[in-house]
Design a binder for this molecule. Structure first.
Ligand SMILES: Cc1cc2nc3c(=O)[nH]c(=O)nc-3n(C[C@H](O)[C@H](O)[C@H](O)COP(=O)(O)OP(=O)(O)OC[C@H]3O[C@@H](n4cnc5c(N)ncnc54)[C@H](O)[C@@H]3O)c2cc1C
Length: 367
């Protein structure tokens, strides 16, 4: 049996391991005992759900035949399709998948909100606010899910309708693929009295006196500052200028037998679990095409689709590929879809919701 080593048991790594379980001998290298459903962190931070809804034991999400090594990878040797873990052990495969996601850069003592620990600190502040002046946003660069700061602003406004909520957006104009989504967010923010600072690039953060200053000298004060920071791969030796690992954007191949999937790669698409999911499926198909020879290889075209909060009581459905994008809504149905996915996510990690997901994505694409 061919061997596959997967580094990172998050969204993409878990799905790949489960879809190939029984067909290859699979080892997943993942240090965390619990898997966090990151899109649910906005609900967690604002007190809509507790930890039990957005975390599951890593082992319980992997099929029994998948071997889980609870360790951090410290070195990757692509030419051998091998990984060395912190205890010095080496794991070698016929195939290697790097699915280590993106790590927050810690700048200006800002931590982002990608994990449960950082999010817990923010949650405590949001649920016990010292004031009602919330400033939310991001630093320039590639962040996870560009919708998340907006979602947080809408959920905080839902919780505290009289709060002063501001959103900092570093770019003056969104990237073309994010225009439909951005237009809808801006329109809703305007209706709700959420102030949007476009082109505000943070240059100074004063945590004691509680203000931020932009490169252009504009100053915003805050009681609570929730700023996401850009991501990069922790395997910087393989990164390109974007800070992520370059791949062929159709095949996700880094080199022969080595794939990089999800947030860790440099595909020109917003970093979403939806993209990680569809990328994972292409890689699974193409590994099976090589091993079993009974199918043709597929290409990833940049497809992703997410339901996101787009107001206190609404959601929208964002669909995109490498070429185009659209935003549907806002409606309460899409808000419900976003909420429902908190439960459906766990099944999606074994491909269990594809029978609904795939036709839905196809119908939105054609619409
Ligand atoms: C607040 C927030 C809201 C979001 N909202 C949405 C949304 O609405 N819709 C959507 O589609 N996406 C959303 N996302 C993005 C989505 O969660 C990510 O794009 C997705 O999780 C990426 O999957 P991945 O497998 O590439 O990385 P991850 O799921 O982050 O998994 C990476 C795994 O690699 C492991 N790892 C890291 N380094 C090592 C190492 N050295 N050795 C071994 N293992 C390692 C980590 O522990 C982790 O388990 C959101 C993200 C955040 C933070």
């Amino acid at each position: 049996m061919k061997r596959l080593v997967v580094v990172g048991g998050g969204n993409a790594g878990t799905l790949i391991a489960n879809l190939l379980a029984g067909k290859l001998e699979i080892t997943v290298i993942e240090p965390n005992e619990y898997h966090t459903y990151q899109p649910g962190l906005v609900d967690y931070i604002t007190g809509e759900v507790d930890e039990t809804k957005i975390q599951m034991p890593t082992r319980s999400l992997l099929k029994p035949s998948v071997k889980w090594v609870r360790a951090k990878a410290t070195k990757i040797i692509p030419e051998d399709r091998a990984v060395v873990t912190e205890d010095g052990k080496t794991y070698e495969g016929d195939y290697l998948v790097i699915a280590t996601g993106g790590q927050n850069k810690h700048i200006y003592n800002l931590k982002g909100y990608h994990g449960i620990d950082d999010s817990k600190v923010i949650r405590n502040e949001v649920l016990n606010p010292r004031g009602k002046n919330f400033v939310i946003g991001s630093l320039p660069g590639i962040i996870k899910c560009p919708a998340a700061p907006w979602e947080l602003s809408f959920l905080i406004k839902r919780k505290y309708p009289s709060a002063n909520v501001s959103v900092i957006v570093p770019a003056k104009q969104p990237p073309p693929l994010q225009v439909p989504m951005s237009n809808m967010f801006n329109k809703k923010a305007n209706e709700l009295g959420i102030k949007v600072y476009k082109g505000f690039v943070i240059e100074e953060v004063n945590h004691n006196e509680r203000y931020v200053v932009s490169t252009e000298g504009d100053k915003i004060t805050f009681d609570h500052l929730i700023i996401d920071t850009p991501i990069s791969t922790n395997f910087t030796e393989f990164a390109d200028r974007s800070g992520l690992i370059p791949v062929d954007k159709s095949t996700l191949v880094y080199r022969d037998g080595v794939f990089v999937v999800g947030d860790a790669n440099n595909t020109p698409t917003p970093k979403t679990g939806a993209a990680a999911h569809f990328q994972a499926e292409v890689v699974v198909n193409n590994i099976l095409a090589e091993i079993e020879g009974n199918r043709s290889k597929e290409s990833y075209d940049g497809t992703a689709m997410c339901a996101v909060y787009s107001g206190p009581n609404e959601g929208m459905l964002v669909w995109l590929n490498y070429e185009k994008s659209k935003a549907l809504g806002p409606t309460s149905i899409y808000r419900y879809m976003k909420k429902a996915f908190t439960s459906l996510y766990w099944a999606s990690l074994s491909g269990g919701v594809d029978f609904v997901l795939k036709p839905l994505v196809e119908s939105v694409r054609k619409n």
